[in-house]
Every structure is written in C-alpha cells, then in structure tokens.
Design a protein around this ligand. Sequence first.
Ligand code: HEC
Ligand code: HEC
Ligand code: HEC
Ligand code: HEC
Ligand code: HEC
Length: 598
Amino acid sequence: MTTAAASLHAAPAPTTLEDFFGPGTQPGALAVEIESSTRCDGCHGGYDPVHEPYRPWVSSPMGQATRDPMFQACLTIANQDAAFAGDLCLRCHTPSGWLGGRSTPTDGSALLATDMEGVNCNFCHRMVDPWQSSPINPPDDDAILAGLPDYPVNPHSGHFVVDPQDRRRGPFDLENFNSHEWRMSSYFSESSNCAMCHDVSNPVFTRQPDGSYALNELDMPHPTQDKADMFPIERTYSEWAQSAFAQGPVEMGGRFGGNITAVSSCQDCHMPDGTGRGCNRNSRPIRDDLPRHDLNGGNTWLVLAVRELYPDADTGLDEASALASVARAESMLAAASDLEVWQEGTELVARVINQTGHKLPSGYPEGRRIWVNVEFYDAGGSEIAEFGGYDLATATLDPAGTTVYEAKIGVDAAMSAATGIPEGPGFHFAVNNAWYKDNRIPPRGFTNAGFESVQAAPVGHTYEDGQYWDDTRFAIPAGATQAEVYVWYQLASREYIEFLRDENVTDNSGQVLYDAWVATGRSAPVEMDEVTIALDPAGGCNLADIAEPFGVLDLTDINTFIAGFTTQDPVADVAQPFGVWDLSDVNAFVGGFVAGCP
Ligand code: HEC
Ligand code: HEC
Ligand code: HEC
Ligand code: HEC
Ligand code: HEC
C-alpha cells in the first residue's frame, strides 16, 4: 500500500557500503564459517527446557532476530531511506550472514537458511574481548587481535571481533573435556560482551560542537568510528555502564530469578544462574552457577509472530518453548518496575520505580512505550474517569492527562531538506538524526552528567541526580472513592506498525508484519504493575492534610509528616523536588498547616 508520505522521498539517500563500514572482524575473514545452532542442539539441547542453552535461546528475541517480521519490515524502510543501510542492520541481526559476506544485497536476499538463526550459539561463543579488559582471556587472542586490519574504538554497532577458528569460548574451565575446542574466557561473564550490539549508533552522522548531528561526506567511512561521535539510536549498554549496577552487585532480593540475589551485569538479570548441566552428558558436573540462556526482555510478541509465519521445522521453536519465552518476558516485565500510589490532598500520585539496569524502557526506540493508567470509581462502583485508557479493539491509546514513557527520534531541519521527510519525530531509523523526546525512567545511580556523557540525557523531561522513579499526579474527580492504577508495557504501537506497512514501496514485508500483528492480538499491552487504593473523597484540603481524618488539620497530620519525613516515605514528600525529603517539604507542610482548612 502506497501513500503520499512515501512519495515524498522517492529515492534513497545516496549512501554506499563505505558509509556503513565499521572496524572489527570483516566479512569473509573467518577461516571456519559460523556453525549452525542445529550442530549444538544434539548435546546442548533436548534435556532440560529451563537450563539447557538451546530451547531458551531459540525462543528468545536473539534466536529469532532475523526472522522477526518487524525487523524485516524495518529493514526494507531502512534500505528505502538510505542505500545500503541494510548492511548495518544485518551485521547485528544476523552476524553469521554478515561475516559470511551475505549481507549484500542489503535486503537480505543472499542469506542462507542458517543465517536466519539470528544471533546464534557459535557466533556468540567465538567473540573475542577486543581490549582484553576481562581478567581471563585465551592466549590465541593476541594473534587474532594483531591480525585485525581495523580495530574497534569502543564497543558498539556490531564492531565485534570473532575468532577465525571455531574455538568455543565460555565462562568455565572445562576439565577432562575434549568433545570440541573450547577456551575459558571471563569476557562472557561481563556486560562488555553485550555492548557490541546493545549500543547502536548511526555512522552516517557526525556529532557537531553544538550537539547536533550532521550528515558526513558520503561514500566514506565515519571519520572516527567512536560511538560518541555518531548519532545514538540505542544506549542500553551505556545506560547500564552509568548505573549503580556497573559499580558492583546491588541487592535486589532475587527478583530476577536464579541462585543469586545481588545483581550487577546484564547476564545476572538476563542469564540468571541456575542449577543444572550445560550439556546432556551425565558425566559432566551439575553446576549451581550455570547461566540460563533466557535472554528475554519485554518482547512477548516476537515468537508468536514467527510461529504465525514459519513452520516450527524451520525455526527450532515449538509450542512449549514459545510459551515459556512469553512467560519469561512477562515475568521480566513484572520485575522491571514497582508502582507506589498515594493520595496527597486532592491529588492521586502514581510513582513508577525503575528496577532494571538501564532506562525503563530501554533499547529499541521506535513504537515502544510504557504508560500509567488510572481508573477512578465512585462509591457505587461505577467508573467515573479514566486516564491512559487503551482501546483493544482499535489498538489506540489515549495519552491525555497521563505519562507515556518513550523515546522519539526524528529528522532535523537539515535532514528534512535533504530527504523530503517532514521535520520532527518519525520512524525513519536510517536517516533520523535528532532526539525529540526521552522521558524514559533512568536506572539506580543515574546522574545527569553521566548520561549526558554517553548521549543518553533525558530530553523534554527532568530527572534529578539519583532519581530512578517518576511521579504522575492526577486530580481526583469529585465523588471518587477508589482508584485502580496500572502500568502497561507495549512493544509496538499501532502507529508504528501502520507506518511500516504504509511506507513500504518495495516489497510486501510491511503487509506481512501487519497481518502477523493482527493475527497475534495487535501487540496487546502487557501489565507490569497494578495497585488499588481507597480514596477519601473529602480528602485533603491542602498539602498538609496528609492523614485521616481529612478536611481537618490536626496532630495526626503532624505525626504522619514527622514519621514519613524520617523514614523517607512518599507521604511526607509534599513539595518539589520530589524524591528528596528536604527543607522544601517542611516549609510546604508548615505553610499548609498554618493556612488551615477552609
Ligand atoms: C558432542 C557434544 C557437543 C556438541 C555437538 C557441542 N558441544 Fe559444546 N560442550 C559439550 C560439553 C559436554 C561441554 C561441557 C559442559 C560442562 O562441563 O558444563 C560443552 C561446553 C561448551 C561450552 C562452554 C565452554 C566454557 O569454557 O565454558 C560452550 C561455549 C560450548 N560448548 C559451545 C558449543 C557450541 C556453540 C556448539 C555448536 C556449534 C557446541 N558446543 C556443540 C558438548 C558438545
Ligand atoms: C549494533 C547492533 C544493531 C544494529 C546495527 C541494528 N540493530 Fe536492530 N536491534 C538491536 C538490538 C540490540 C535490538 C533489541 C533492543 C530492544 O529490544 O530494546 C534491536 C531491535 C530492533 C527492532 C525491534 C524488533 C522487535 O521485535 O521488537 C527492529 C525493528 C530493528 N532492530 C531493526 C533494525 C534495522 C532496520 C536496523 C538497520 C537500520 C538495525 N535494527 C540495526 C541491535 C542492532
Ligand atoms: C538489574 C537487572 C537488569 C540488568 C543489570 C540489565 N537488565 Fe536488561 N532488562 C531488565 C528487565 C527487568 C527488563 C524488562 C523491562 C523492559 O523490557 O523494559 C529488561 C529489558 C531489556 C531489554 C529490552 C528493552 C525493552 O525496551 O523492552 C534489553 C534489550 C535489555 N534489557 C538488555 C540489557 C543489557 C544489554 C544489559 C547490560 C548492559 C542489561 N539489559 C542489564 C533487567 C536488567
Ligand atoms: C548472545 C550471546 C550468546 C548466545 C546466542 C548463546 N550464548 Fe551461550 N553463553 C553466553 C554467555 C555470555 C555465557 C556465560 C554467561 C555468564 O557467565 O554469566 C554463555 C554460557 C554458555 C555455556 C556454559 C554454561 C551453560 O549455560 O551451559 C554453554 C555450554 C553455552 N553458553 C552454549 C551455548 C549454546 C549451545 C548456544 C545456542 C543454543 C548458546 N550458548 C547461545 C552467550 C551466548
Ligand atoms: C551480535 C549482536 C548481539 C550481541 C552480541 C548481543 N545481542 Fe542481545 N540482541 C541483539 C538483537 C539484534 C536483538 C533484537 C532481536 C529482535 O527483537 O529482532 C537482541 C535482543 C536482546 C534481548 C531481548 C530484548 C527484548 O526486547 O525482549 C535481550 C534481553 C538481550 N538481547 C540481551 C543480551 C545480552 C545479555 C547479551 C550479552 C550476553 C546480548 N544481548 C548480546 C543483538 C545482540
């Protein structure tokens, strides 16, 4: 389906493969190609659906990163917007295809069946620590690194280094083992192992002194290859690196599962340690620090869509592994945030607290969002007002009066002039060069300077240093006696899915995506939190009226304030800046108390 919007930029930007060059191991440089994961399944699969590597991996987003219909539809738009941009995409979404030299043509038409495995076993387990920064590295690394023509500057954008030989690296010292070549590498237990792909930058732009991003001279690699000089699309790794989790383990009470409760690295939360065997041989030890290949975030949709489009025989999925993946993603979403709700005078306050190791949500910016939804009820149990309501039938969110946590990227005036795409937020991944909104909630340990330094500062919203939560205030409607408050996560908005369909003038991947989206429930929002609160309808004549009986200012208000102030309870956090219990709260409380109730 073609629309007027598509014809605005009939020709792609005249970029070439050179513009998307990145250092690290290059296509065609491997002496032994990346093995298919079907060659691992025989020993590393089929024996323990929770602890074996195969089924959790194959049902994770990385195991389906190439088949992903949203990826395929977006790949087409990227190639439409900027010639050869698809090479950048395929590098991370099918590293075996890219390393094998099959990423051109950049629409993926030269990929083999094994390349559709996405980010597969053998690829990950041949990755080399380019800076040898982790404590234990295989001795072979010296020669591999010395042989590289171009060296990555910092970890991002798929600038990975891969062992040209099939020497499988992993976290363990495998005694008495010779079924295949293996090397112990502590790189695999560190977040830097994920950084190569979980910081995504667009190399066709260079950062300017004023902080904007300008198109490079074309047909030439990026001049520095430093992520700090490129346009930032995803900064999940950098967000983590600037969080408290990067400083060492943070006690989280076991909310991410596995055998440890204090977590630090990506692996601690996304590959929690379990008790089991790493392969199906009973001669091998049962380990209680066995990382599970869960590798799930918030994506509850992808495996269902892939099963809609491909027979299980082609994907390695089955009903049980797909449902297990969806359940893992749902439990990640439930663990990701906490919701605190309280009444403050005539207002209801909903505080969403980020418990993840990066922004909430993090990563892919297009169409992804989290929002607060409040339903107010009267004494008879009838709903009298709603904010953040979502209509499942039309897949439409009403954002009025609530907060939607999301990132919006688009083109600035200069790129608009160059491409014909209207200035402002949009979904043109390959040519976007400006951030218009980013109110996603920062993680523990957030500082403005730290996030600014990794191109991940909030945009259009303010967070104080140390603040890893956000408050939304709702005026309590007259007659309300109860409120139900929810936090919802949505992988992809209808607007984004329709864009990928309508903007496509090349192939049917947008329509394929759209149909799969309809068939699998239109990326229905997933509940993250739910709290029900009784409201005092008389409630709160001013800021100081924080305790029952409402409508009068008395000793219970004073006592509640003092107790709340000492324990840093939200009830005593009555004035800005919120999240800190300081003199402004005391002054506001005293002021309200002195003013009295009418
Ligand atoms: C013939 C059986 C067999 C096959 C096939 C096999 N492996 Fe293994 N692999 C093992 C066994 C056994 C272990 C040791 C497990 C343990 O001690 O916990 C192992 C260990 C490993 C380790 C851990 C290394 C470390 O130091 O921590 C990695 C990584 C690995 N295999 C990757 C792969 C990959 C990738 C494939 C497919 C390309 C594969 N294996 C195919 C049997 C096999
Ligand atoms: C540096 C590696 C990297 C590059 C380059 C890259 N991606 Fe991705 N992509 C990712 C990661 C990591 C995610 C997952 C992020 C998340 O879930 O928040 C992702 C997610 C996506 C998603 C969302 C998929 C879903 O099911 O939710 C789409 C669509 C996508 N990428 C398209 C592209 C396109 C098109 C390009 C090229 C213009 C591209 N990517 C380039 C790493 C990369
Ligand atoms: C303290 C635990 C924790 C740590 C540490 C952590 N994550 Fe997450 N991550 C989560 C949870 C919980 C979610 C689900 C919420 C969500 O999807 O936004 C998540 C979601 C994600 C997503 C999907 C984002 C989205 O929009 O849905 C990606 C991609 C991701 N994490 C990658 C990483 C990487 C890479 C690292 C390390 C650099 C990391 N995570 C560190 C807990 C963690
Ligand atoms: C995204 C990269 C990635 C992919 C894909 C991946 N692994 Fe791993 N694997 C890791 C990391 C990282 C560790 C170590 C985690 C840690 O130490 O906390 C690991 C650990 C292992 C281990 C040792 C411990 C264990 O859990 O058994 C084996 C064996 C292994 N992987 C095999 C595989 C196989 C087989 C596949 C495919 C079915 C696979 N891996 C896919 C990154 C990956
Ligand atoms: C070769 C690049 C690559 C590497 C290395 C890599 N990832 Fe990914 N990862 C991706 C891509 C691409 C996706 C998105 C796939 C999709 O949705 O289409 C992804 C998705 C994910 C997701 C799912 C996010 C969601 O929305 O649910 C998690 C979690 C994740 N990765 C964690 C990790 C961790 C942890 C590591 C390190 C052990 C790692 N990744 C290493 C490329 C990579």
